[in-house]
Write a protein that binds this ligand. Structure first.
Ligand code: PRP
Length: 208
């Protein structure tokens, strides 16, 4: 049996539809329940529903054989796993944003609020810019509004959250989208099944 970690939330729905299109659906997952593990005997797979930022942890440690995770998460945590395929879902950017009208004072240390401290640090290091990281876990857009930070480094998908909070994109750092990933030893022992699913997904993406 192959264990697949899928992200809960807005990316999760798109990923579920993609797996359903290649014949790897699991009706029970569409029901209104609080279950986190779903088994599809006919496909020989078990799905785990986990927080998007935890998918890579399940896969890296072998609790799941494969999973779907945002490139943003991979860039932040740099897990030791195989990145097999860009699923072209949940496309967004990691970007620097600030309050409308904000002008950077290049003489002072820049205060950066983010869920992505590693990405932010690397980005500003590449610019030789001194920063102070303020690590938050959500609603990052509040930080510059309240003066907790000068800027934020966060994902921007539609741009609606920034717009509705009077913020703007100052710089795009890197694009992101959902990736199919595999545990390294699972790939050694269950490679045929993983390759089959990867090929089916690749074909489906090409048809879209
Ligand atoms: C993410 C991100 C932004 C928003 C961007 O937050 O942190 O707040 O989505 O999307 P948009 O450009 O389409 O508006 P998420 O919904 O994951 O919640 P969070 O604030 O708890 O991180």
């Amino acid at each position: 049996m192959l264990t697949i970690a899928l992200p809960k939330g807005r990316l999760g729905d798109k990923v579920y539809s993609l797996f359903a299109k290649i014949g790897y659906d699991c009706r029970e997952m569409l029901e209104d329940n609080r279950k986190l593990v779903f088994t599809s005997e006919q496909n020989g797979v078990r799905y785990l529903l986990v927080k998007p930022s935890d998918v890579a942890i399940y896969v890296e440690h072998g609790a799941a054989d494969i999973g779907v995770v945002g490139k943003d998460v991979l860039l932040e945590s740099e897990p030791d796993l195989y990145e097999l395929l860009d699923l072209k879902l949940g496309s967004c950017h990691l970007a620097v944003a600030a309050k409308n009208g904000y002008v950077e004072d290049e003489e002072s240390v820049l205060r950066v609020a983010t869920k992505y401290p590693h990405v932010a640090q690397s980005y500003y290091e590449s610019l030789n810019r001194q920063i102070e990281i303020i690590k938050l876990n959500g609603s990052i857009e509040l930080a510059p509004i309240l003066g907790l930070s000068d800027v934020i480094v966060d994902i921007v998908e539609t741009g609606t959250t920034l717009k509705e909070n009077n913020l703007f994109v100052m710089q795009k750092i890197v694009p992101s989208s959902a990736r199919l990933v595999a545990n390294k030893s699972s790939y050694k022992f269950k490679g045929a099944m993983i390759d089959r699913i990867t090929a089916l997904l690749k074909g489906e993406i090409a048809n879209d």
